[in-house]
Design a protein around this ligand. Structure first.
Ligand code: AMP
Length: 173
């Protein structure tokens, strides 16, 4: 059997042209190892369990497939939910969505504690397709029935090990 070659350029990953334009404008010459390995699997709609350190490009490894999917089948409502352990990490993920999605109109919202509920509820009712959430606030919205997760097609547990270390095991379950 012929060995499958790992893609080495973003073009070979077959990402949407608007995403290729973004990575080019960001000056990213080629996918990092976690991107080269995870993106093709995610684009097939399969589950990915990835281990990579901060600085490895892991955020874009899940943000690019989410954006790609949304560009190919735009629809109203939350389609992707990213759970992160901290507010700081939520901001970093939002930044990655802005960077990778700079040539798209795709919006992302932050579902984090320490701020009011109103703007977050408004973001749900506006049908923002990507929500980046910390577990506590996410569960608050679920309990208040202000957030519906039925339409979610992609779930990301970013830094899952850290979420478990921080005692979010019951929340995650
Ligand atoms: P992360 O590991 O997700 O925290 O990403 C670390 C940094 O790498 C971020 O500042 C990204 O902008 C950058 N980055 C992500 N993918 C690439 C790439 N393919 N080439 C160069 N830099 C990248």
């Amino acid at each position: 059997m012929r060995e499958r070659r790992t893609p080495i350029t973003f073009q070979e990953l077959n990402l949407h042209p608007q995403l290729l334009k973004a990575v080019e404008s960001l000056g990213w010459a080629e996918p990092t190892p976690i991107q080269a390995q995870a993106i093709p699997i995610a684009l097939q709609g399969r589950d990915v369990l990835g281990g990579a350190q901060t600085g490895s490009g892991k955020t874009a490894a899940f943000v690019l497939p989410i954006l790609h999917k949304l560009l190919h089948s735009p629809s109203h409502g939350m389609k992707a939910l990213v759970l992160v352990p901290t507010r700081e990490l939520a901001m970093q993920v939002l930044e990655a969505v802005q960077d990778c999605g700079k040539f798209t109109n795709i919006k992302a919202g932050a579902v984090i504690g320490g701020v009011g509920y109103g703007a977050q509820r408004q973001s749900f009712s506006q049908g923002t397709p990507i929500q980046v959430a910390t577990p506590g606030r996410f569960l608050d919205h679920l309990r208040q029935h202000s957030m519906k997760v039925e339409g979610v097609e992609t779930l990301v547990l970013d830094e899952a090990d850290r979420m478990l270390d921080m005692g979010f095991i019951h929340d995650i379950r």
